[in-house]
Design a binder for this molecule. Structure first.
Ligand code: NAD
Length: 335
């Protein structure tokens, strides 16, 4: 079989190091990909004069599957977030963030296994109606929820739950206060839930969800929610299992999918062989599952889990002394 082509964006800061580690792991597991490299972020600004050059967009479109290192968005006027631009450009409507307790991490819990599915294009982040009055006294922004958008993300959540053998989907909302927007989301979530009698449907108000996640995360399985709540809840979930260095994320749309780590480019530790590549490697595991390569995904996940559990060759953020390269070598040895 000919090798499948993947677009790879090394990114900024620690990006190139953790991308390099991830590609080594994919190759060692025998994934048989060819990689087409593209620039974005600061690296692209310096080379091409823009944050996301047209050639990068073309490659993302062509290969449909992209592995992306973290990108630095320069602070200042005129730079919209690159990640938001990519989500809009490719209609990446589903942000899928799994968190799993790993033995050997300094986390508060050892029984977390939650997938947060965040609607990625609507809600408070739709960017519509942003206005500050001339006298600076009042600011406005518009939250937009459509039936189509809510149905699409809820369907996605239930389909994923079914595919992964999950038992329950919790729709998180604030329909008691945000009656129109969260109300519509909840109404649609209930309708979609009825189509999946094999999966338990639960609904929960967002503030209560935060409390319950912190009290006992083991009661959650799949969470589906709107953009802003999903952004906050998924970081909260990452905190439950030991932080951003372990949290991957997939941005999935109809025409493209981008797999990444949830954390940023970590300029404070860039180029020092200190970065933990786990989050991006687990992002690649999500990519393999998306491509139907579940056996390879499981092998890599097990190798990462066992390396962290052994605790000898782990990076500083996991309580060890190893660098990115030594940690990656330990994973490669297990593969
Ligand atoms: P950050 O996630 O880069 O770093 C926060 C802290 O976590 C830092 O102390 C960093 O050293 C540490 N850290 C992050 N990833 C780590 C890893 N893999 N191993 C070990 N330690 C790790 O967040 P920030 O400093 O707020 O942002 C830096 C830049 O990244 C900004 O330009 C921001 O816009 C960008 N960013 C990009 C993405 C993305 O591309 N998906 C996401 C978030 C932030």
């Amino acid at each position: 079989m000919s090798a499948r082509s993947i677009t790879v964006i090394p990114g900024d800061g620690i990006g190139p190091d953790i991308v390099d580690a991830t590609l080594k792991v994919l190759d060692k597991a025998g994934c048989n990909f060819t990689y087409e490299f593209a620039d974005a972020g600061l690296a692209a600004l310096e080379k091409h004069g823009e944050l996301v050059p047209a050639s990068t967009l073309e490659l993302i479109e062509k290969n449909r599957v992209t592995l992306k290192g973290p990108l630095t968005t320069p602070i200042g006027e005129g730079f919209t977030s690159i990640n938001v631009s990519l989500r809009k450009r490719f209609n990446l409507y589903a942000n899928v963030r799994p968190v799993l307790s790993l033995k050997g991490t300094q986390a508060r819990y050892d029984n977390v296994d939650i997938i947060t599915i965040r609607e990625n294009t609507e809600g408070m982040y739709s960017g519509a109606g942003q206005r500050v009055t001339d006298d600076g006294s009042t600011a406005e922004a518009m939250s937009i929820i459509t039936r189509e958008g809510a149905e699409r993300i809820c369907e996605f959540a239930y389909q994923l739950a079914r595919k992964e053998g999950r038992k329950k989907v919790t729709a998180v909302h604030k329909a008691n206060i945000m009656k129109s927007t969260s109300g519509l989301f909840l109404k649609v979530a209930r309708e979609v839930g009825e189509r999946y009698p094999d999966i338990e449907s639960e609904e929960m108000i967002v503030d209560a969800t935060c409390m319950k996640l912190v009290m006992d995360p083991s009661q959650f399985d799949v969470i589906v929610t709107t953009n802003l709540f999903g952004d906050i809840l998924s970081d909260l979930c990452a905190g439950l299992v030991g932080g951003l260095g372990l949290a991957p994320g997939a941005n999935i749309g109809t025409d493209a999918a981008i797999f990444e780590a949830v954390h940023g480019s970590a300029p404070d530790i860039a180029g020092q062989d200190l970065a933990n590549p786990t989050a991006l490697i687990l992002g690649a595991v999500q990519m393999l599952e998306y491509l139907g390569m579940s056996d390879k995904a499981a092998r890599i996940r097990d190798a990462v889990r066992d390396t962290i559990a052994a605790g000898e060759n782990v990076t500083r953020d996991l309580g060890g002394n190893a660098g990115t390269k030594a940690f990656t070598d330990a994973i490669l040895a297990r593969l």
